[in-house]
Design a protein around this ligand. Sequence first.
Ligand SMILES: [Mg+2]
Length: 212
Amino acid sequence: MPSFLVVLDVDSTLIENEVIELLAEQAGSLVDVERITTAAMNGELDFEESLRARVATLAGLPLTVFDVVADRIEVTRGVPELIAGVHEAGGCIGVVSGGFHELVDPLAERLGLDYWSANRLGVDGGRLTGQLEGPIIDAEAKATTLRDWAARCGVPLRQTVAIGDGANDLTMMAITGLSIGFDAKAPVRDEADIVMDVRDLSQVLPMLGLRA
Ligand SMILES: [Mg+2]
């Protein structure tokens, strides 16, 4: 039976990139996506509205775009060490993403994560439709997912750890035993139990009393 569960955000936490921006670069819509992100940060759009608006700019991209973007994803320093350290200590580790299954699935499998969840992009005739399919992973869904994984592992919430950088991570961070803001934006800096400014995720291990 695992003794603890660690859950990380993906964009700008597990990886150095924001995947929606990498996709938008390929679609030629990066400026639009940045404008929508700014509007969301100013509170003019909620997360779901802003995600749908950003994904709409990707309509028509061929599925080969995932190969191009996957090559550009850079895993944050210390991730393999963090995963190995958690497993050695008998813990579970997963990622929950407001990004997309098409890119998170191969990454999670390659890294040896125990759990992962992300949004799914609509596809028709080998091209992105610009729509999302299925339930949206927003802040609330991130917290629900963490709760489900904790139940599946048989780990009480006080023995869970959430690591993230954005406002979208605050709801899950509020229910864990320990929350770590990773090179975090303002609202997360204020709410997290610990703020880490060095972009090296192996440094989480000593915070959990584990060897780095
Ligand atoms: Mg993030």
